[in-house]
Design a protein around this ligand. Structure first.
Ligand SMILES: Cc1cc2nc3c(=O)[nH]c(=O)nc-3n(C[C@H](O)[C@H](O)[C@H](O)COP(=O)(O)OP(=O)(O)OC[C@H]3O[C@@H](n4cnc5c(N)ncnc54)[C@H](O)[C@@H]3O)c2cc1C
Length: 412
């Protein structure tokens, strides 16, 4: 059995980021994953500007290195298509020049992006990285810390501190931390890779469509290198069960019957099965640490409830978990009370935007209001720029919570 101070469970963006920040501080860790990399992860594959910032915090040269990867497509913005068919285009930066500027976002299949991070991990002697290790049982030691075992009950690791980053289906989150899946704060998602979808944006804007007959769900088309596209749908689990929605059938129905999509998919072919996975949303504050552990990324339910973006928040939580772990080691304090510093740091950074996104998610109950905003913005460059600034800046985004914002739009 391997004895270590810090064990990180799961080597996705949350776990890999935590390990890399610890390594930057000269702190060794043991990083375990049940998969062998490169491995796929069902996702929309969109990497926002926040991901680029987090890469820079790990090492300043990483964003440029990602940009050099052929598998990463630079993206310059988002098109939101409202239920009435109005397109609200939000560039990630104004007056951008694709020839000169560093892209604010990318789209890269997770099989490549996660492996890009793992390549950084493999170069660090401070990180003991073990693949193909499926941890199934967690036993608390009387003196504090955990013993981790596999399905056969074979003890694998003894650790003082556990950074739990094993994703949306984390058994630790459920059985040890006691956080249940809540249908009101959980989204079901499907993804398929297509080839030959027509009408993709010249600057690789990603597209989020809110169809009238699929609310409160959304349909996305994200461009990928080599003429491929990531196509998928997402809907709150409570709505899926309330409306008895078969997501796969709905996705196929929309592609076959919506006039615009029908044209764009006429010569497209699916190159992979349609596959599903869950999104634990950060629309409610939870306790994400306890005696000798912290919950990171999806294991701590930190996905943005409006956009479904979770990679950046997973990386942010990984960075703060590394900060907290360093303090724990220094003070030899692994108590739940001391660990609260992690919850505070994560929610200080994320809660404002998670709460606002929850508010925007609720706006989907009023599709007509969404239409008014999108239709006015499609006719007014000034309004489009204001909304773009509001979406890109968390402090300005507060205005979406103010009824006066909508009143002005409706009555001006
Ligand atoms: C359909 C869909 C679309 C999405 N689209 C986007 C998007 O476009 N952009 C975006 O930013 N986010 C998106 N997300 C969210 C994003 O995928 C997650 O938020 C992100 O992957 C979280 O990273 P993580 O490191 O917490 O977990 P994961 O990436 O899930 O990594 C967890 C790791 O733990 C390992 N593991 C699991 N169990 C064990 C075990 N028992 N023992 C050892 N290892 C284990 C797994 O092999 C895996 O490598 C989407 C999610 C879904 C489902």
């Amino acid at each position: 059995m391997h004895k270590t101070d810090i064990c990180i469970l799961g080597a996705g963006p949350a776990g890999a980021t935590a390990a890399l920040h610890l390594a930057n501080k000269g702190i060794p860790s043991l990083l375990l994953d049940k998969a062998t990399f490169p491995r796929d992860k069902i996702c929309g594959d969109a990497l926002s500007g926040k991901v680029v910032n987090e890469l820079r915090r790990i090492a300043p040269e990483l964003p440029a290195q990602l940009g050099e990867q052929q598998e990463a497509l630079p993206s310059w913005g988002i098109h939101f298509i409202s239920p009435g068919g109005h397109k609200l285009s939000v560039p990630f930066m104004y007056n951008y020049n694709p020839e000169q500027d560093t892209p604010a976002g990318f789209i890269s299949k997770r099989i490549h992006f996660d492996d890009f991070l793992i390549e950084q991990v493999r170069q660090r002697p401070e990180i003991g990285f073990r693949e193909n290790v499926d941890v199934a049982k967690y036993e608390r030691m009387p003196e504090g810390g955990f013993i981790l075992s596999d399905k056969q009950g074979q003890a694998l690791v003894q650790a003082k501190l556990l950074l739990v980053a094993n994703g949306a289906q984390s058994g630790f989150t459920r059985h040890v931390a006691g956080l249940e899946q809540e249908a009101e704060h959980y989204c079901a998602g499907l993804r398929a890779y297509y080839k030959g979808v027509a009408g993709m944006d010249a600057d690789n804007f990603i597209e989020l469509h809110f169809f009238k007959d699929f609310l409160p769900g959304y349909f996305w088309i994200f461009p990928l290198p080599n003429g491929e596209a990531n196509v998928g749908v997402g809907m709150l689990s409570s709505a899926v069960s309330r409306k008895k929605v078969n997501l796969k059938k709905e996705m196929q129905r929309m592609i076959a019957s919506h006039s615009e999509l029908k044209k764009r998919f006429a010569n497209a072919e699916v190159v992979d099965d349609i596959r599903g996975f869950g999104l634990p949303l950060g629309s409610r504050k939870r306790i994400i640490s306890g005696d000798n552990y912290m919950l990171l990324g999806d294991a701590g339910a930190l996905i943005d409830p409006f956009t479904g973006e979770g990679i950046s928040n997973a990386m942010i939580s990984g960075r703060w978990a590394a900060e907290q772990a360093a303090k724990c080691l220094q003070q030899q304090d692994f108590s739940a009370q001391f660990m609260q510093g992690y919850d505070k740091a994560v929610y200080n950074r994320l809660w404002k935007e998670l709460r606002l996104s929850r508010h925007l998610q609720k706006l989907l109950r009023y599709p007509w209001l969404f239409d008014v905003v999108a239709s006015r913005a499609s006719k007014s460059q000034a309004l489009a720029e204001t909304i773009s600034c509001m979406l890109n800046d968390v402090d300005l985004r507060e205005r979406f919570r103010q009824p006066s914002f909508y009143a002005k739009l409706l009555f001006n």
